[in-house]
Ligand binder design. Structure first.
Ligand code: ADP
Ligand code: MG
Length: 642
């Protein structure tokens, strides 16, 4: 563990010290200009990575935030005569506010619509900057004098060091943020917004916060950009820049600060790469070699399909050949960007950094950091005594879909501490009923009462906040997160540190506590050994159990399990029964939708039978099994009743 930490922190320190030392070693103003741009683009790409890497959205508005920040800083200096720090503060604020405002409507959109919304914003910004000549100077451009910093005149190396200090600060703060429950929430809502809401984490405020933070970094970088070039023109911030920025993030490696820095280095070097034929040939040959190495490795370990291995080799190969044939590579730059982007997207989905990390962790034999010892289950889910009082009541609940009466006037009482079975043939409305209770669907009529108070309707998040947790019949895991992280996303009552302290890195103890508690829940469902496995790589049975552990992390009063045994092999079903018994012992009330009658008979205190959206019987498992209407309803699926 220490070895890993020392290596990573050591590498960070070394790279920043090296970057800081370069102006002392080489006296070259051109190189200094490139380095300054590297620091600025580093901040810019770390910001872009929040929406592209963590939220998983194609964000085409980041160049516009760079422009907004740049003009905001420039105007603050030329109009009210602000100093550098105040102007940069304003830049940051502009991005934060505009980012949040833009996020509210845009983030209700997904995928291509989100990309289009941000693209429109980008176009609108550039046009406004162009047309509002009175303020921005329009296409003529805006001249800016680099202001004083605390009364000091900043020369070129001084400004570079300042940019580097800002980059280091952004690096530390973002590392703390993205490795905390915030970063996990961002990724969780990328993989399953429904589950994120159902775990009481809440989609929108995290989405808005993520987008606003990323945009704020973009416009902060804009402020530095303005003071670096001291001249702004709207057409520097158009679509082409946006494509280059995306190339930087994807090529460098998403979800990685190092990836952002590497991506920034690449896009800073790109113009030189294109204007210098020798350099271009060296780089494209390197690219081809990487594509060959990655392809061969992927094919040997059988982790890539032939197309994934061959396509980047062909693309990079054509760059090498093109470099020999073409006189002026600059004329071909868009084709070159396209080929590079294509190669990375197909061949190196984790970017260069993913490739390098895998290589280095093998070379230095770096294991992932050790996990703490699992907490005691009683501390995580204390045993509560419950006395069978009324907990949840459905009153004349109806949920219609067009003409389909999925739930038709259902009234049921669930008592605290009971395992309440909900059975019925396929399509009888069981899932719809729990979807209404948990807030996924809004009922057509009727009410759901918890402790005699109406539950909010149509909001998974609000219902989860009232202590109702659930699993999903068609699994809703956070596939790209590890089993442990899936549970940690949902863990309740651990994170209390306010954001500023968290950003400064004062949340380690909470993080350890969250890990220990989550491990206890994984242990309960027998998945402690798979804590580090990505949820999408777990077996189907393990995924079902992981959903239960994650729901328990909400420390619920009522747990709804929608067909937890579906698709499980018999030994897993036996294990599941033990797990449900253990949860029950802790005083957690359970609504169990189940097809296997033996499971129902063994576990349930009360069973409600639905058919065609109506309650046709209720009682103990033995009672309902003998009920004539139940036998009739199950005819045809009778073998399940035993
Ligand atoms: P069960 O879980 O008991 O198998 P469901 O609650 O999933 O049954 O479905 C009950 C009925 O409601 C079915 O006829 C199903 O087609 C319909 N239904 C469920 N969800 C929707 C939906 N989102 N839109 C339209 N019809 C739905
Ligand atoms: Mg169902």
């Amino acid at each position: 563990m220490w070895k890993r930490l020392l290596l990573i922190r050591g590498a960070e320190l070394a790279i920043f010290l090296l970057l800081a030392a370069i102006p002392l070693l080489v006296n070259n103003s051109y190189a200094l200009g490139l380095l300054t741009l590297l620091a600025i683009y580093g901040i810019l790409l770390i910001g872009l990575d929040v929406s592209v890497g963590y939220l998983g959205q194609v964000n085409l508005g980041h160049a516009a935030f760079l422009a907004l920040g740049a003009y905001a800083a420039g105007l603050c200096v030329s109009l009210p005569g602000f100093g550098m720090l105040e102007a940069l503060g304003i830049s940051l604020l502009v991005g934060l506010v505009v980012g949040a405002v833009l996020a509210i409507p845009a983030l209700r959109l997904e995928g291509p619509q989100f990309a289009l919304a941000t693209l429109s914003f980008s176009a609108l910004t550039v046009i406004t900057l162009n047309e509002w000549e009175g303020l921005t100077g329009g296409a003529q451009g805006l001249q800016i004098i680099r202001p004083d910093f605390f009364g000091m005149n900043v020369n070129a190396p001084g400004f570079y060091w300042l940019c580097l200090i800002f980059l280091a600060a952004v690096w530390i703060v973002m590392r703390n943020l993205l490795s905390s429950n915030w970063g996990r929430a961002f990724e969780a809502l990328r993989d399953s917004p429904i589950a994120t809401d159902a775990m009481g984490v809440g989609v929108y405020h995290y989405k808005i916060a993520a987008f606003a933070i990323g945009s704020a970094l973009g416009s902060f970088a804009g402020g530095l950009y303005a003071f670096n070039f001291q001249y702004l023109q709207p057409h520097s911030f158009t679509y082409e820049l946006m494509v280059i920025l995306l190339l930087g993030v994807v090529l460098g490696g998403r979800k990685s600060l190092w990836g952002a820095l590497l991506g920034a280095a690449l896009i800073v070097l790109l113009p030189n790469l294109l204007s210098n034929r020798m350099l271009f040939q060296v780089f494209s040959t390197l690219g081809l070699l990487m594509a060959l190495a990655a392809g061969a490795r992927g094919l040997m370990t059988r982790t890539t399909k032939p197309f994934q291995a061959i396509a980047p080799i062909v693309a990079m190969g054509s760059l090498v050949i093109g470099g020999v044939l073409v006189e002026n590579t600059e004329d071909w730059r868009k084709a070159i960007f396209a080929l590079m982007l294509f190669s990375v997207v197909v061949g190196l989905p984790d970017g260069l950094m993913g490739f390098v990390t895998r290589f280095l962790s093998k070379l230095f034999n770096i294991a992932p950091p050790a996990l703490p010892v699992a907490a005691v289950l009683n501390d995580v889910l204390p045993i509560k005594q419950v006395k069978g009082e009324a907990l949840l009541e459905l009153r004349n609940l109806k949920c219609y879909f067009g003409g389909v009466k999925a739930v038709d006037d259902v009234s049921v009482m669930v008592r605290a501490g009971h395992i309440h079975g909900l059975i019925g043939p396929n399509g009888s409305g069981k899932s719809t009923a729990v979807n209404v209770i948990s807030g996924l669907y809004t009922p057509t009529a009727g009410a759901v009462m918890l402790h005699g108070k109406a539950l909010p309707q149509g909001s998974l998040y609000q219902v989860a906040k009232r202590g109702v947790a659930r699993t999903f019949q068609n699994l809703q895991l956070f596939g790209e997160l590890s089993a442990l992280d899936n549970v940690m996303v949902a863990i309740k009552g651990v994170y209390r540190r306010p954001l500023p302290l968290l950003l400064l890195g004062f949340a380690r103890r909470e993080e350890k506590r969250a890990q220990a508690e989550s491990l206890a829940l994984l242990k309960l469902v027998g998945l402690e050994q798979q804590a580090r496995t990505l949820a999408k790589n777990l077996t189907y049975g393990a995924q079902r159990l992981l959903e239960i552990a994650r729901a328990l992390a909400c420390k619920p009063e009522l747990l709804i399990l929608d067909e937890p045994a579906a698709g499980l092999a018999q030994p897993d079903v036996t294990q599941l029964i033990e797990i449900i018994k253990c949860i029950h012992q802790r005083g957690i009330t359970i609504i169990l939708i189940e097809h296997h009658m033996d499971v129902v008979s063994e576990l349930c205190d009360v069973v409600t039978v639905l058919d065609g959206g109506k309650v046709i019987a209720q009682g103990t498992a033995d009672e309902v099994k003998r009920h004539p209407q139940v036998i009739l309803a199950y005819l045809g699926t009778a073998p399940e009743m035993n």
